[in-house]
Design a protein around this ligand. Structure first.
Ligand code: ZN
Length: 353
């Protein structure tokens, strides 16, 4: 099959578009999917650059957000049929450990991420555990459904499970144009809270308004955090939705009101930050880590998308040959919404949605 594989050639690890990658063989509890759409994520860049906490065995196929059609079914799988259109919940969990038993499946002691610690969807076919599947919502395209698989549940887990988002709050959404920022803005607005969104260009600020942001601030401005405070009459926001890390961390804390919460799920601009502990305790700030999402978050957010309460936003769909170009766009943050791959596209048929 065709696949974009991370592998070593002449001592150098890089991405290679191969036409002779072996077709995955599903285990008894897995199905084989014909990949119809796969989302690009920051974690793919970490994997490519060897920056994941544990080394990834090579060759490796990235791609965590997958929607596709079942073409083969493992011997122990029940409840699914050849031809079913499905979405993969990428947070793999054992179902048995103390965390899984209380529903905290994202904290599973044996947890893995599909497309990071397994092969993923940068390929024509991928094997996936049957218990991780849900039917693709009928009103969403494959690309729309796949685009939500990581970003949607991650944003939902941050705002609702970790930060306890409440109606009427002021919420600062950092980098509204990112995959999770787009969903974050919509979830905040849906909860009846006020969205103050940041982005890095005038065009993106306009797009953030169209998503439902009540106020927008350019996080390239030196005084962006002061601008946020002024919007709230000097009090600061109740909640900051963080995922950028080093580049925005101190501004995010500066924009936070007394007794405010900051919830973070990432730090692709850098994981090491300096903090003034005086401000932390005097203002009674709460800093909340958030990792991926539970199974229930996945189900809840997919239901919201299926009902049309939140809408996926796709900037562009690429063929497999276009992933390197797409990753470069992601790296340059030249994206508002999601970049997707459709392995059924040939280079000439690639389309912009
Ligand atoms: Zn577990």
């Amino acid at each position: 099959m065709r696949a974009l594989r991370l592998r070593e050639v002449n001592g150098k690890v890089g991405l290679h578009l191969d036409s002779d990658a072996p077709l995955p063989e599903p285990r008894p509890d897995e199905v084989l999917l014909k990949v119809r759409a796969c989302g690009l994520n920051q974690v793919d860049l970490l994997t490519r650059d060897g920056q994941t906490p544990a080394a990834i065995p090579l060759p490796h196929i990235s791609g965590t957000e997958v929607a596709g059609d079942i073409v083969e079914i493992g011997s122990a799988v029940t409840g699914w049929q050849i031809g079913d259109a499905v979405v993969v919940d990428p947070i793999l969990h054992c179902g048995e450990c103390s965390f899984c038993q209380t529903g905290d499946t994202n904290m599973c002691l044996k947890g893995r991420v599909f497309g990071v610690q397994t092969d993923g969807g940068y390929a024509e076919y991928v094997a996936a555990p049957a218990k991780q599947l849900i039917p693709k919502p009928i009103n969403l395209s494959y690309a729309e459904a796949a685009s939500m698989a990581v970003t949607g549940p991650t944003a939902y887990h941050m705002l609702h499970r970790r930060a306890g988002l409440r109606e009427g709050e002021d919420v600062l959404v950092i980098a509204a144009g990112s995959g999770i920022g787009v969903i974050g803005c919509q979830l905040v607005a849906l909860a009846g809270a006020r969205v103050i969104a940041t982005a890095g260009s005038a065009a993106k600020l306009e797009q953030a308004k169209a998503l439902g942001a009540d106020f927008v601030v350019n996080h390239g401005d030196a005084d962006w955090a002061d601008q946020v405070r002024r919007i709230t009459g000097g009090r600061g926001v109740h909640l900051v939705f963080e995922h950028v890390g080093e580049a925005t961390w101190n501004g995010s804390l500066h924009a936070l009101a007394r007794k405010g919460r900051l919830v973070t799920c990432g730090g692709h601009s850098g994981f090491s930050v300096n903090m003034n502990l005086w401000h932390l305790f005097v203002k009674e700030h709460s800093i909340l880590g958030s990792f991926a999402a539970t199974r229930q978050d996945f189900l809840d957010v997919m239901k919201l998308a299926a009902d049309g309460a939140i809408k996926p936003l796709i900037q562009q769909v690429f063929p497999l040959d276009g992933i390197v170009e797409a990753q470069a766009l992601l790296e340059k943050r030249a994206v508002f919404g999601k970049l997707m791959v459709d392995p059924t596209l040939t280079p000439d048929s690639a389309d912009v949605e």
